[in-house]
Design a protein around this ligand. Structure first.
Ligand SMILES: *[C@@H]1O[C@H](CO)[C@@H](O)[C@H](O)[C@H]1NC(C)=O
Length: 208
């Protein structure tokens, strides 16, 4: 091997191992929530978004917009979704499933979810929040009116049921795939501290 390719290999190895180190120093956070739930709104706006601002590099966030919804077959044997806060909530969940599936970065997903959740009406939030993250609303609309949106919501239902069935509280916050009642309760009012306590090498932002 030439000295140059040896050097390149060493560099590639260094970059790969540091990327792995960064990955290993992250906490996986899954948020099980629903669009019109006041506790979900409060959590996203007051806890998740400000914590993300400080700890973006230390978290992997996964949004599961479903909450206490469920799916069933109607009399015409079509699958329909039912939601705790009525049809508008189902619309908001489905719309967020589509938006999330079209947004490649966590940064844009957090921005999008925060935007939607802080608006009163999920149906009008769509165009506005798409604009905010530079997503073409027509693409979201296309997803919403296709079978893809039902599939995404079905996946969300399965994922929600696999954590707790039924979900006792919305939002439910799960770390590294394991539900923990103590972390759940504390997360609702001190999310940042709970995240920090689980970062293997916490950054300075955790000391403040
Ligand atoms: C976080 O999720 C990733 C991807 O699913 C996984 O590879 C990793 O092991 C998880 N980390 C922890 C601490 O559970």
């Amino acid at each position: 091997m030439s000295p140059l390719s040896t050097a390149l290999l060493a560099l590639a190895f260094l970059l790969a191992s540091s990327a792995q180190d960064i990955e290993d120093n992250r906490v996986n956070v899954s948020l099980y929530y629903e669009s019109l739930c006041p506790d979900s709104v409060r959590f996203v706006v007051n806890e998740l978004q400000p914590t993300w601002e400080q700890l973006a590099g230390y978290m992997n966030i996964r949004f599961i917009p479903f909450g206490k919804s469920w799916s069933e077959m109607n009399r015409r044997k079509e699958r329909v979704f039912r939601c705790q806060h009525g049809p508008r909530e189902c619309l908001g969940n489905k719309m967020q499933s589509c938006g999330l599936s079209l947004l490649p970065t966590q940064e844009s997903q957090v921005k999008f979810v925060t935007c939607v959740m802080s608006k009163q009406d999920p149906s009008s939030a769509g165009p506005e929040c798409c604009r905010e993250v530079g997503l073409d609303f027509l693409r979201l609309r296309e997803c919403y009116y296709s079978s893809l949106s039902d599939e995404l919501q079905l996946e969300a239902e399965q994922e929600t049921n696999s954590i707790r069935n039924p979900l006792r509280f919305v939002p439910t916050i799960v770390y590294n795939g394991v539900f923990n009642p103590r972390k759940q309760d504390e997360s609702l009012y001190n999310f940042k501290a709970v995240v920090c306590s689980q970062i293997p090498q916490p950054p300075e932002a955790c000391l403040a």
